[in-house]
Write a protein that binds this ligand. Structure first.
Ligand SMILES: [Zn+2]
Length: 165
């Protein structure tokens, strides 16, 4: 039943702001809030769901581990980017988002709940979280072709057609 997924309704007045955000993300100007950008005193947030968390309660994953996982894109398109398909139904600008996500060079801090989306070495990823490390093994940009194919597959699953990029 593609395209029937329940999505968050637009909050009144936020539409313009969200569109601006989308354009900035698409233009590669705004990376998702990443752990290396946080002040030491600031509480970190999960790089998937944006909820505040403690390092010790999370896991540090590489970009490759996150953005080549279908569940990550499905979560993103049904949560923080739930408005994306309405703004760009053909997914024309999706390539820019893919590129931006694939290019993240540092690790991703992921909360316990979001960690269930991924298949990874939990012991190792926990060790890096406890060390507040942003450079887990295999960190660095992911293969953007591979990431694009994963994102496109999820796009089709949710919306019934491949993006027209
Ligand atoms: Zn999370």
């Amino acid at each position: 039943m593609f395209g029937k997924k329940q999505r968050e309704p637009f909050e009144e007045g936020n539409f313009e702001e969200m569109r601006d955000d989308l354009l900035e993300i698409g233009a590669g100007k705004v990376a998702p809030r990443k752990i290396h950008e946080l002040e030491r005193s600031e509480a970190p947030v999960c790089d998937v769901c944006n909820k505040k968390m403690n390092w010790e309660d999370g896991y540090v994953l590489s970009t490759n581990q996150v953005v080549t996982t279908e569940a990550y894109w499905e979560f993103a398109f049904t949560h923080q980017w739930a408005y994306y398909h309405d703004l760009d139904p053909d997914g024309v600008s999706l390539a820019l988002i893919v590129q931006n996500q694939a290019n993240q060079s540092t690790g991703w801090l992921v909360c316990e709940k979001c960690s269930k989306l991924f298949d990874f070495d939990r012991e190792l990823a926990k060790k890096h979280a406890k060390m507040h490390s942003t450079a887990p093994p295999g960190s660095g940009p992911a293969n953007s072709q591979l990431v694009a194919s994963v994102a496109a597959k999820v796009w089709k699953k949710l919306y019934g057609e491949y993006p027209k990029w």
